[in-house]
Ligand binder design. Structure first.
Ligand SMILES: [Zn+2]
Length: 393
């Protein structure tokens, strides 16, 4: 299982659009998001189930990870190896026929240290920050990513400023503050929050290193190194048998693209035979990927914004092209979920013992709709991540 490259740390980044290679910057001079130039892909057979030491959590899959080559640099709280459970098992095992079965496996991402899947990206992003010798990071977030970055920055002993919308939930603000990070509340749209954060980074044309380092879940390639571990774990937990379908919430595509790149690397390594069809569930009314692919009516099916799904209300996803590529390459799709459908689904989740937050209900709600449309059938093997905890509301 040796690595194919012995690359010096920290690893270089490359622009997928113009091909330039750089040591580190938050985006390419051409404006595109950067990726790791040579992410590792292991040689040889996958470990047998039980042959992999999963005590380090998602770091058990270090053989695929472009950060943390030196374990001493890793900023970890033991995140990962979240449960993969049968969505319907509790009811069916008692001989009941569930009223609205999901017929899927749920991966319980909400049990991660700060209550959301964002910890997967925070551990790798702060590890990259340590590799680079960064002493101050900034991030902008509607809540969960900010709490994750603040928490892992605390773990790393690195200063963090988190730009948040003025109306952010107090519980999420508290998590940022209690970790010793500085929340910066910004009036205006979610895009205004990003603009205020980016303004602290200085010019992208400057040769000098940026005054603050952008620990962005939307831009930073190190973040996606972490969310890709979702795919490694799903494949491992299923004995290296990839599911047919994965349905995730879709805002910036942090998890959606992490899953895509993770499954692709597993396929490239020969550890799985197929890459699952990836379906992304967006918030009705703020569904730019759906609009791009299916038009305005599909993006706004009932003329109201799904305000319950505040975690994915991203009007301009940074990685739009990559998201569309992932949909196209895997044969998946994107759809907009209304607040009514999401709320119904959240009730079902809570009643079944999955105490999750409203944003993550769009994924199982989307699964239901995709089944009704015939895009996913009863024989398809489906995995749905439940991305955020209800305890943080
Ligand atoms: Zn470029």
């Amino acid at each position: 299982m040796s690595r194919t490259h012995d690359t010096p740390t920290p690893r270089a980044l490359r622009c997928p659009d113009c091909g330039v290679t750089v040591d580190d910057r938050w985006r390419c001079e051409c404006g595109s998001p950067l990726r790791f130039a040579d992410p590792p892909v292991p040689n040889g057979e996958p470990p047998t189930p039980g042959g992999l030491d999963t005590r380090p959590g998602q770091w058990a899959f270090e053989m695929f990870c472009a950060v943390g080559d030196d374990p001493a640099d890793r900023v970890t709280l033991g995140e990962g190896m979240t449960p993969l459970v049968d969505a319907d098992a509790a009811e069916t095992s008692r001989g009941h026929t569930p009223e609205d079965p999901w017929n899927a496996a749920f991966k319980l991402e909400y049990v991660l240290p700060t209550g959301s899947f964002k910890d997967r990206g925070a551990t790798t992003t702060l590890t990259r920050a340590v590799e680079l010798g960064v002493d101050r990071v900034v991030e902008d977030s509607s809540g969960n990513a900010g709490a994750a970055i603040a928490t892992y920055a605390a773990r790393a002993g690195i200063d963090a400023e988190v730009y948040v919308p003025a109306g952010v939930k107090e519980s999420k603000l508290r998590a940022i503050r209690r970790a010793g990070a500085t929340p910066v509340r910004i009036d205006g749209s979610r895009a205004d929050v990003t603009d205020a954060c980016v303004a602290t980074l200085g010019s992208t044309d400057a040769d000098e290193p940026d005054p603050a380092w952008y620990a962005s879940h939307a831009w930073n390639p190190a973040f996606f190194e972490g969310t890709a571990a979702f795919a490694y774990e799903v494949a491992y937990q299923r004995g290296w048998d990839a599911p047919d379908v994965v349905v995730t919430p879709l805002g910036h595509g942090t998890l959606f693209l992490g899953a895509y790149w993770g499954f692709r690397r597993l396929h490239q390594a020969g550890w799985i035979d197929t890459v699952p069809r990836l379906y992304g569930a967006q918030a009705a009314g703020i569904a730019p990927v759906v609009r791009e692919k299916h038009g305005a009516a599909a993006a706004d099916p009932n003329g109201t914004v799904n305000d319950a799904a505040d975690g994915i209300q991203i009007a301009e996803p940074v990685q739009m092209d990559e998201i569309l590529e992932a949909v196209c390459e895997t044969g998946g799709d994107v759809l907009a979920v209304t607040e009514a459908a999401g709320t119904r689904e959240l009730d079902r989740l809570h009643a079944a013992g999955f105490y999750t937050e409203p944003t993550c209900a769009v994924a199982p709600a989307a699964l239901r709709e995709l089944r009704e449309r015939g895009a996913i059938d009863a024989t398809d093997d489906v995995v749905v991540p439940l991305t955020g905890s209800g305890l943080k509301r």
